[in-house]
Design a protein around this ligand. Sequence first.
Ligand code: ATP
Length: 450
Amino acid sequence: MAIKEETKMEKIISLAKRRGFVYQGSEIYGGLAGTWDYGPYGVELRKNIKGMWWKKFVDDRDDMYGVDAAILMNQNVWKASGHVGGFSDPLVECKKCKHRFREDQLEEENRKSNKCPDCDGALGESRQFNMMFKTHIGAIEDEESISYLRPETAQGMFVNFKNIMDSFHPKLPFGLAQIGKAFRNEIAPRDFIFRSREFEQMEIEYFVDPRDQKKVTETFDTLFGEQISFLKDLGLSDSKIHKIEVPDADRAFYSKRSVDTEFDFPFGQKELLGIAYRTDHDLKSHFNLSKVDLSYYDEDTKERIIPHCIEPTFGLDRLMLAVLSDAYTEDEIDGEKRVYLKFAPKVAPVKVAVFPLLKNKPHLVEKAKEVFQMLKKEFSARGINGVMFDDNGNIGKRYRRQDEIGTPFCVTIDFDTVEKDAGVTVRGRDGGKQERVEMGKLVEYLTKGI
Ligand code: ATP
Protein backbone atom coordinates (compact mmCIF):
# COMPACT_ATOMS: atom_id res chain seq x y z
CA MET A 1 0.00 0.00 0.00
CA ALA A 2 1.58 3.30 -1.05
CA ILE A 3 2.07 5.77 1.81
CA LYS A 4 2.28 9.49 1.12
CA GLU A 5 5.81 10.58 1.96
CA GLU A 6 4.55 13.88 3.48
CA THR A 7 2.46 12.11 6.09
CA LYS A 8 4.80 9.18 6.62
CA MET A 9 7.08 11.06 9.05
CA GLU A 10 4.14 12.07 11.23
CA LYS A 11 2.99 8.47 11.32
CA ILE A 12 6.46 7.21 12.24
CA ILE A 13 6.87 9.82 14.99
CA SER A 14 3.48 8.94 16.40
CA LEU A 15 4.16 5.19 16.30
CA ALA A 16 7.62 5.70 17.84
CA LYS A 17 6.02 7.51 20.79
CA ARG A 18 2.97 5.25 21.13
CA ARG A 19 5.04 2.08 21.20
CA GLY A 20 7.91 3.28 23.36
CA PHE A 21 10.72 3.83 20.85
CA VAL A 22 11.32 7.61 20.99
CA TYR A 23 9.93 10.42 23.17
CA GLN A 24 10.49 14.14 23.02
CA GLY A 25 13.25 15.11 25.50
CA SER A 26 11.95 16.75 28.74
CA GLU A 27 8.42 16.33 27.38
CA ILE A 28 6.51 17.14 30.60
CA TYR A 29 8.16 20.58 30.65
CA GLY A 30 7.22 21.33 27.06
CA GLY A 31 10.30 19.64 25.63
CA LEU A 32 13.82 20.81 24.86
CA ALA A 33 14.39 21.46 21.16
CA GLY A 34 16.74 19.04 19.46
CA THR A 35 16.75 16.42 22.22
CA TRP A 36 15.09 13.01 22.25
CA ASP A 37 14.69 10.30 24.84
CA TYR A 38 14.69 6.64 23.89
CA GLY A 39 12.16 4.27 25.42
CA PRO A 40 12.53 0.51 25.98
CA TYR A 41 12.15 -0.58 22.32
CA GLY A 42 14.26 2.34 21.10
CA VAL A 43 16.98 1.26 23.49
CA GLU A 44 16.80 -2.34 22.23
CA LEU A 45 16.83 -1.29 18.57
CA ARG A 46 19.86 0.94 19.15
CA LYS A 47 21.58 -1.78 21.15
CA ASN A 48 21.10 -4.21 18.26
CA ILE A 49 22.50 -1.71 15.72
CA LYS A 50 25.47 -0.91 17.94
CA GLY A 51 26.07 -4.60 18.67
CA MET A 52 26.07 -5.49 14.97
CA TRP A 53 28.43 -2.58 14.26
CA TRP A 54 30.87 -3.51 17.02
CA LYS A 55 30.86 -7.15 15.96
CA LYS A 56 31.48 -6.34 12.29
CA PHE A 57 34.08 -3.62 12.74
CA VAL A 58 35.84 -4.61 15.96
CA ASP A 59 35.17 -8.15 17.20
CA ASP A 60 35.38 -9.91 13.84
CA ARG A 61 38.62 -8.17 12.83
CA ASP A 62 42.10 -8.29 14.26
CA ASP A 63 43.18 -4.81 13.16
CA MET A 64 40.73 -2.74 15.27
CA TYR A 65 41.04 -1.46 18.82
CA GLY A 66 38.05 -0.27 20.83
CA VAL A 67 38.23 3.01 22.76
CA ASP A 68 35.78 4.80 25.04
CA ALA A 69 37.15 8.29 25.64
CA ALA A 70 35.77 10.96 27.98
CA ILE A 71 33.18 13.37 26.57
CA LEU A 72 34.83 16.34 28.28
CA MET A 73 38.31 16.96 26.99
CA ASN A 74 41.09 19.49 27.44
CA GLN A 75 40.20 22.59 25.40
CA ASN A 76 43.50 22.26 23.52
CA VAL A 77 42.08 19.16 21.82
CA TRP A 78 39.52 21.37 20.08
CA LYS A 79 42.06 24.10 19.34
CA ALA A 80 44.32 21.57 17.60
CA SER A 81 41.47 19.93 15.71
CA GLY A 82 40.29 23.27 14.34
CA HIS A 83 36.90 23.16 16.07
CA VAL A 84 37.44 26.23 18.27
CA GLY A 85 38.34 28.32 15.26
CA GLY A 86 36.18 26.83 12.60
CA PHE A 87 33.39 24.49 13.68
CA SER A 88 30.65 26.85 12.66
CA ASP A 89 27.65 27.12 10.39
CA PRO A 90 26.38 30.30 8.68
CA LEU A 91 23.46 31.69 10.68
CA VAL A 92 20.82 34.16 9.48
CA GLU A 93 18.10 35.65 11.65
CA CYS A 94 14.75 37.02 10.51
CA LYS A 95 14.43 40.68 11.54
CA LYS A 96 10.69 40.29 11.97
CA CYS A 97 9.91 36.93 13.65
CA LYS A 98 13.48 36.40 14.99
CA HIS A 99 13.55 32.79 13.78
CA ARG A 100 17.03 31.54 12.99
CA PHE A 101 18.11 29.48 9.99
CA ARG A 102 21.21 27.84 8.63
CA GLU A 103 21.92 29.92 5.56
CA ASP A 104 23.26 26.96 3.57
CA GLN A 105 20.03 25.05 4.21
CA LEU A 106 17.61 27.76 3.06
CA GLU A 107 15.59 27.07 -0.07
CA GLU A 108 17.10 28.69 -3.18
CA GLU A 109 14.24 31.22 -3.46
CA ASN A 110 14.58 32.36 0.17
CA ARG A 111 18.32 32.75 -0.18
CA LYS A 112 17.97 34.80 -3.36
CA SER A 113 15.11 36.98 -2.14
CA ASN A 114 16.55 37.21 1.39
CA LYS A 115 13.08 36.47 2.77
CA CYS A 116 12.23 34.47 5.88
CA PRO A 117 10.64 31.06 5.05
CA ASP A 118 8.30 31.43 8.05
CA CYS A 119 6.97 35.00 7.80
CA ASP A 120 8.40 36.54 4.62
CA GLY A 121 10.22 39.13 6.75
CA ALA A 122 13.70 40.32 5.78
CA LEU A 123 16.64 38.13 6.76
CA GLY A 124 19.60 39.80 8.47
CA GLU A 125 23.31 39.49 7.69
CA SER A 126 24.85 36.03 7.72
CA ARG A 127 27.30 35.34 10.56
CA GLN A 128 29.30 32.32 11.65
CA PHE A 129 27.93 30.45 14.65
CA ASN A 130 30.16 28.00 16.54
CA MET A 131 28.21 24.83 17.23
CA MET A 132 30.15 23.55 20.22
CA PHE A 133 28.48 23.58 23.64
CA LYS A 134 30.84 25.43 25.95
CA THR A 135 31.11 24.70 29.66
CA HIS A 136 33.52 25.23 32.55
CA ILE A 137 35.34 22.62 34.58
CA GLY A 138 35.52 23.15 38.32
CA ALA A 139 34.41 26.03 40.48
CA ILE A 140 36.05 28.95 38.69
CA GLU A 141 34.73 30.18 35.36
CA ASP A 142 37.70 31.62 33.50
CA GLU A 143 39.58 31.06 30.23
CA GLU A 144 41.58 28.21 31.75
CA SER A 145 38.53 26.23 32.84
CA ILE A 146 36.75 26.23 29.47
CA SER A 147 35.76 22.84 28.10
CA TYR A 148 33.29 21.67 25.49
CA LEU A 149 30.88 18.81 25.09
CA ARG A 150 32.58 16.94 22.27
CA PRO A 151 31.04 17.63 18.84
CA GLU A 152 32.43 14.34 17.47
CA THR A 153 33.91 11.19 18.93
CA ALA A 154 36.87 11.22 16.52
CA GLN A 155 39.25 13.34 18.62
CA GLY A 156 38.96 10.92 21.54
CA MET A 157 40.70 8.41 19.33
CA PHE A 158 43.44 10.67 17.98
CA VAL A 159 44.48 11.73 21.48
CA ASN A 160 44.73 8.05 22.45
CA PHE A 161 46.81 7.08 19.43
CA LYS A 162 50.03 6.99 21.45
CA ASN A 163 48.44 5.05 24.31
CA ILE A 164 47.31 2.33 21.92
CA MET A 165 50.70 2.28 20.22
CA ASP A 166 52.47 1.92 23.57
CA SER A 167 50.17 -0.80 24.92
CA PHE A 168 49.59 -2.88 21.80
CA HIS A 169 52.36 -2.03 19.29
CA PRO A 170 50.08 -2.48 16.28
CA LYS A 171 51.52 -2.47 12.79
CA LEU A 172 50.00 -0.27 10.08
CA PRO A 173 47.31 -0.43 8.90
CA PHE A 174 45.12 -0.54 12.01
CA GLY A 175 42.11 1.29 13.35
CA LEU A 176 40.55 2.66 16.52
CA ALA A 177 36.80 2.43 16.95
CA GLN A 178 34.45 4.18 19.30
CA ILE A 179 30.73 4.49 19.98
CA GLY A 180 29.57 7.48 21.97
CA LYS A 181 27.56 10.64 22.35
CA ALA A 182 28.34 13.84 20.47
CA PHE A 183 26.79 17.28 20.94
CA ARG A 184 26.23 20.10 18.45
CA ASN A 185 24.32 23.27 19.07
CA GLU A 186 22.54 22.95 15.73
CA ILE A 187 20.94 26.17 14.52
CA ALA A 188 17.87 24.38 13.27
CA PRO A 189 17.43 20.86 14.67
CA ARG A 190 14.74 19.11 12.64
CA ASP A 191 13.34 16.03 10.98
CA PHE A 192 12.82 14.08 14.21
CA ILE A 193 16.03 12.34 15.28
CA PHE A 194 17.78 13.14 11.97
CA ARG A 195 19.28 16.41 13.18
CA SER A 196 19.42 16.79 16.93
CA ARG A 197 21.66 18.55 19.41
CA GLU A 198 22.69 15.40 21.25
CA PHE A 199 23.28 12.28 19.22
CA GLU A 200 25.41 9.18 19.06
CA GLN A 201 28.20 8.40 16.65
CA MET A 202 30.00 5.19 15.73
CA GLU A 203 33.36 6.14 14.28
CA ILE A 204 36.55 4.51 13.08
CA GLU A 205 39.92 6.17 12.64
CA TYR A 206 41.85 3.84 10.37
CA PHE A 207 45.59 4.56 10.16
CA VAL A 208 47.46 3.81 6.96
CA ASP A 209 50.96 4.22 5.54
CA PRO A 210 50.91 7.36 3.34
CA ARG A 211 53.91 6.22 1.29
CA ASP A 212 51.78 3.75 -0.62
CA GLN A 213 48.97 5.88 -2.04
CA LYS A 214 47.66 3.04 -4.21
CA LYS A 215 47.07 1.00 -1.07
CA VAL A 216 45.50 4.03 0.63
CA THR A 217 42.97 4.33 -2.21
CA GLU A 218 42.25 0.59 -2.03
CA THR A 219 41.74 0.79 1.74
CA PHE A 220 39.40 3.76 1.34
CA ASP A 221 37.32 1.83 -1.18
CA THR A 222 37.28 -1.30 0.98
CA LEU A 223 36.15 0.63 4.05
CA PHE A 224 33.48 2.37 2.00
CA GLY A 225 32.30 -1.05 0.76
CA GLU A 226 32.09 -2.24 4.36
CA GLN A 227 29.95 0.76 5.28
CA ILE A 228 27.50 -0.20 2.54
CA SER A 229 27.62 -3.85 3.53
CA PHE A 230 26.68 -2.80 7.09
CA LEU A 231 23.62 -0.98 5.74
CA LYS A 232 22.64 -4.21 4.01
CA ASP A 233 23.17 -6.16 7.26
CA LEU A 234 20.63 -3.79 8.81
CA GLY A 235 18.19 -4.75 6.05
CA LEU A 236 17.99 -1.29 4.43
CA SER A 237 16.65 -1.21 0.87
CA ASP A 238 19.42 -1.05 -1.75
CA SER A 239 17.46 1.33 -3.95
CA LYS A 240 17.35 3.99 -1.19
CA ILE A 241 21.13 4.09 -0.68
CA HIS A 242 23.15 6.60 -2.73
CA LYS A 243 26.88 7.16 -2.98
CA ILE A 244 27.88 10.83 -3.27
CA GLU A 245 31.47 11.72 -4.11
CA VAL A 246 31.81 15.06 -2.28
CA PRO A 247 33.18 17.77 -4.62
CA ASP A 248 36.33 19.73 -3.63
CA ALA A 249 34.41 22.88 -2.74
CA ASP A 250 32.15 21.09 -0.23
CA ARG A 251 34.80 19.03 1.52
CA ALA A 252 36.18 19.80 4.98
CA PHE A 253 39.54 21.58 4.61
CA TYR A 254 41.47 18.60 6.01
CA SER A 255 39.90 16.00 3.75
CA LYS A 256 41.54 14.84 0.53
CA ARG A 257 38.54 12.74 -0.44
CA SER A 258 35.08 12.35 1.07
CA VAL A 259 32.22 10.09 0.11
CA ASP A 260 28.84 10.60 1.73
CA THR A 261 26.22 7.90 1.78
CA GLU A 262 22.79 9.41 1.42
CA PHE A 263 19.49 7.70 2.09
CA ASP A 264 15.94 8.30 0.90
CA PHE A 265 14.29 9.46 4.12
CA PRO A 266 10.58 10.39 3.94
CA PHE A 267 11.68 14.07 3.87
CA GLY A 268 14.13 13.57 1.01
CA GLN A 269 17.56 12.21 0.14
CA LYS A 270 19.90 13.19 3.00
CA GLU A 271 23.30 12.29 4.46
CA LEU A 272 23.25 9.09 6.48
CA LEU A 273 26.98 8.49 6.91
CA GLY A 274 30.33 9.43 5.50
CA ILE A 275 33.92 8.46 4.94
CA ALA A 276 36.79 10.93 4.72
CA TYR A 277 40.50 10.70 3.99
CA ARG A 278 41.73 13.03 6.77
CA THR A 279 45.40 12.61 5.80
CA ASP A 280 47.76 13.41 8.72
CA HIS A 281 45.80 16.51 9.73
CA ASP A 282 44.75 15.34 13.19
CA LEU A 283 47.89 13.53 14.36
CA LYS A 284 50.08 16.36 13.07
CA SER A 285 47.99 19.07 14.72
CA HIS A 286 47.99 17.26 18.08
CA PHE A 287 51.72 16.53 17.74
CA ASN A 288 52.37 20.25 17.12
CA LEU A 289 50.25 21.59 19.96
CA SER A 290 50.87 18.94 22.63
CA LYS A 291 54.56 18.42 21.70
CA VAL A 292 53.99 14.72 22.29
CA ASP A 293 55.51 12.58 19.55
CA LEU A 294 52.64 11.00 17.59
CA SER A 295 54.78 9.47 14.88
CA TYR A 296 55.05 5.80 13.94
CA TYR A 297 58.31 3.94 13.64
CA ASP A 298 58.55 1.62 10.67
CA GLU A 299 60.84 -1.17 11.83
CA ASP A 300 61.33 -2.51 8.31
CA THR A 301 62.54 0.70 6.71
CA LYS A 302 63.78 2.33 9.94
CA GLU A 303 61.78 5.46 9.14
CA ARG A 304 59.53 7.61 11.30
CA ILE A 305 56.31 8.69 9.64
CA ILE A 306 53.02 10.33 10.60
CA PRO A 307 50.32 7.85 9.57
CA HIS A 308 47.43 9.06 7.47
CA CYS A 309 43.89 8.44 8.57
CA ILE A 310 40.72 7.29 6.81
CA GLU A 311 37.58 7.89 8.84
CA PRO A 312 34.36 5.97 8.25
CA THR A 313 31.73 7.64 10.41
CA PHE A 314 28.20 6.50 11.23
CA GLY A 315 25.40 8.37 13.01
CA LEU A 316 23.41 5.97 15.16
CA ASP A 317 20.28 8.17 15.29
CA ARG A 318 20.18 8.58 11.51
CA LEU A 319 20.68 4.83 11.09
CA MET A 320 17.82 4.22 13.51
CA LEU A 321 15.60 6.60 11.57
CA ALA A 322 16.58 4.94 8.28
CA VAL A 323 15.72 1.54 9.75
CA LEU A 324 12.41 2.79 11.17
CA SER A 325 11.30 4.63 8.03
CA ASP A 326 12.35 1.83 5.69
CA ALA A 327 10.51 -0.71 7.84
CA TYR A 328 7.29 1.29 8.17
CA THR A 329 4.62 -0.58 6.19
CA GLU A 330 0.85 -0.40 5.85
CA ASP A 331 -1.23 -3.22 4.41
CA GLU A 332 -4.49 -5.05 4.82
CA ILE A 333 -5.07 -8.44 6.42
CA ASP A 334 -8.53 -10.05 6.21
CA GLY A 335 -10.03 -6.74 5.15
CA GLU A 336 -8.47 -4.90 8.10
CA LYS A 337 -5.87 -2.16 7.76
CA ARG A 338 -2.71 -2.66 9.74
CA VAL A 339 0.64 -0.99 10.30
CA TYR A 340 3.79 -2.96 10.87
CA LEU A 341 7.53 -2.45 11.06
CA LYS A 342 9.21 -4.80 8.64
CA PHE A 343 12.49 -4.94 10.57
CA ALA A 344 15.18 -7.39 9.56
CA PRO A 345 14.83 -9.96 12.39
CA LYS A 346 18.39 -9.22 13.57
CA VAL A 347 17.57 -5.60 14.43
CA ALA A 348 14.03 -6.18 15.75
CA PRO A 349 13.81 -5.21 19.45
CA VAL A 350 11.44 -8.12 20.12
CA LYS A 351 12.03 -11.26 18.09
CA VAL A 352 9.39 -13.54 19.54
CA ALA A 353 6.31 -12.76 21.63
CA VAL A 354 4.63 -15.60 23.51
CA PHE A 355 0.89 -15.39 24.32
CA PRO A 356 -1.67 -17.53 26.11
CA LEU A 357 -4.78 -17.57 23.87
CA LEU A 358 -6.92 -16.41 26.81
CA LYS A 359 -5.51 -14.68 29.83
CA ASN A 360 -8.24 -15.87 32.21
CA LYS A 361 -7.39 -19.57 31.72
CA PRO A 362 -4.67 -20.32 34.28
CA HIS A 363 -3.50 -23.54 32.58
CA LEU A 364 -2.93 -21.64 29.30
CA VAL A 365 -1.11 -18.82 31.10
CA GLU A 366 1.05 -21.27 33.01
CA LYS A 367 2.02 -23.16 29.84
CA ALA A 368 2.69 -19.91 27.96
CA LYS A 369 4.99 -18.74 30.77
CA GLU A 370 6.79 -22.08 30.64
CA VAL A 371 7.31 -21.77 26.86
CA PHE A 372 8.42 -18.14 27.31
CA GLN A 373 11.07 -19.13 29.90
CA MET A 374 12.24 -22.03 27.75
CA LEU A 375 12.62 -19.79 24.67
CA LYS A 376 14.41 -17.12 26.69
CA LYS A 377 16.92 -19.65 27.93
CA GLU A 378 17.45 -21.30 24.54
CA PHE A 379 17.79 -17.95 22.74
CA SER A 380 20.13 -16.57 25.34
CA ALA A 381 22.38 -19.60 24.83
CA ARG A 382 22.45 -18.69 21.12
CA GLY A 383 23.21 -15.02 21.82
CA ILE A 384 19.73 -13.85 20.72
CA ASN A 385 17.81 -11.29 22.76
CA GLY A 386 14.18 -10.17 22.57
CA VAL A 387 11.75 -12.81 23.84
CA MET A 388 8.61 -11.28 25.35
CA PHE A 389 5.55 -12.53 27.23
CA ASP A 390 2.35 -10.68 26.34
CA ASP A 391 -1.13 -11.27 27.72
CA ASN A 392 -2.47 -7.73 27.49
CA GLY A 393 -5.83 -7.33 25.77
CA ASN A 394 -7.28 -9.85 23.33
CA ILE A 395 -5.27 -11.75 20.75
CA GLY A 396 -6.14 -9.32 17.93
CA LYS A 397 -4.82 -6.39 19.95
CA ARG A 398 -1.66 -8.28 20.80
CA TYR A 399 -0.97 -9.01 17.12
CA ARG A 400 -1.52 -5.35 16.31
CA ARG A 401 0.86 -4.27 19.06
CA GLN A 402 3.55 -6.77 18.05
CA ASP A 403 3.19 -5.73 14.39
CA GLU A 404 3.81 -2.13 15.37
CA ILE A 405 6.85 -3.11 17.42
CA GLY A 406 8.06 -5.11 14.41
CA THR A 407 8.13 -8.52 16.12
CA PRO A 408 8.83 -11.16 13.44
CA PHE A 409 7.10 -14.06 15.28
CA CYS A 410 4.21 -14.51 17.72
CA VAL A 411 3.72 -17.87 19.44
CA THR A 412 0.26 -18.68 20.83
CA ILE A 413 -0.45 -21.34 23.41
CA ASP A 414 -4.06 -22.57 23.03
CA PHE A 415 -6.27 -25.38 24.34
CA ASP A 416 -4.86 -27.90 21.87
CA THR A 417 -1.31 -27.09 23.04
CA VAL A 418 -2.16 -27.99 26.61
CA GLU A 419 -4.85 -30.62 26.24
CA LYS A 420 -3.69 -32.54 23.16
CA ASP A 421 0.04 -31.70 23.13
CA ALA A 422 -0.62 -30.47 19.60
CA GLY A 423 2.15 -27.88 19.35
CA VAL A 424 1.73 -24.10 19.16
CA THR A 425 0.58 -21.57 16.59
CA VAL A 426 3.36 -19.45 15.14
CA ARG A 427 2.28 -16.34 13.28
CA GLY A 428 4.74 -14.64 10.94
CA ARG A 429 4.61 -10.83 10.91
CA ASP A 430 4.96 -10.05 7.20
CA GLY A 431 2.21 -12.17 5.65
CA GLY A 432 0.28 -12.75 8.88
CA LYS A 433 0.43 -16.46 8.04
CA GLN A 434 -0.14 -18.94 10.88
CA GLU A 435 1.49 -22.33 11.18
CA ARG A 436 1.19 -25.14 13.68
CA VAL A 437 4.63 -26.09 14.99
CA GLU A 438 5.47 -29.05 17.22
CA MET A 439 6.84 -28.02 20.60
CA GLY A 440 10.04 -30.04 20.06
CA LYS A 441 10.76 -28.19 16.83
CA LEU A 442 9.84 -24.68 18.00
CA VAL A 443 13.34 -23.44 18.86
CA GLU A 444 14.74 -24.65 15.56
CA TYR A 445 11.83 -23.16 13.60
CA LEU A 446 12.23 -19.75 15.22
CA THR A 447 16.01 -19.52 15.15
CA LYS A 448 15.95 -20.40 11.45
CA GLY A 449 13.52 -17.55 10.85
CA ILE A 450 15.60 -15.11 12.88
P1 ATP B 1 25.30 17.50 8.23
O1 ATP B 1 25.93 18.02 6.96
O2 ATP B 1 24.02 16.74 8.01
O3 ATP B 1 25.22 18.52 9.33
P2 ATP B 1 27.89 16.57 8.87
O4 ATP B 1 28.47 16.32 7.52
O5 ATP B 1 28.26 17.78 9.62
O6 ATP B 1 26.31 16.39 8.81
P3 ATP B 1 29.64 14.79 10.18
O7 ATP B 1 30.37 15.84 10.89
O8 ATP B 1 30.29 14.13 9.03
O9 ATP B 1 28.20 15.31 9.76
O10 ATP B 1 29.16 13.73 11.27
C1 ATP B 1 29.21 12.33 11.03
C2 ATP B 1 27.85 11.67 11.17
O11 ATP B 1 27.23 12.04 12.40
C3 ATP B 1 26.85 12.12 10.10
O12 ATP B 1 26.99 11.36 8.91
C4 ATP B 1 25.53 11.83 10.79
O13 ATP B 1 25.16 10.49 10.65
C5 ATP B 1 25.82 12.13 12.25
N1 ATP B 1 25.35 13.47 12.62
C6 ATP B 1 25.98 14.65 12.42
N2 ATP B 1 25.26 15.67 12.92
C7 ATP B 1 24.15 15.12 13.46
C8 ATP B 1 23.02 15.66 14.15
N3 ATP B 1 22.91 16.96 14.39
N4 ATP B 1 22.06 14.81 14.56
C9 ATP B 1 22.17 13.48 14.34
N5 ATP B 1 23.20 12.92 13.71
C10 ATP B 1 24.20 13.71 13.27
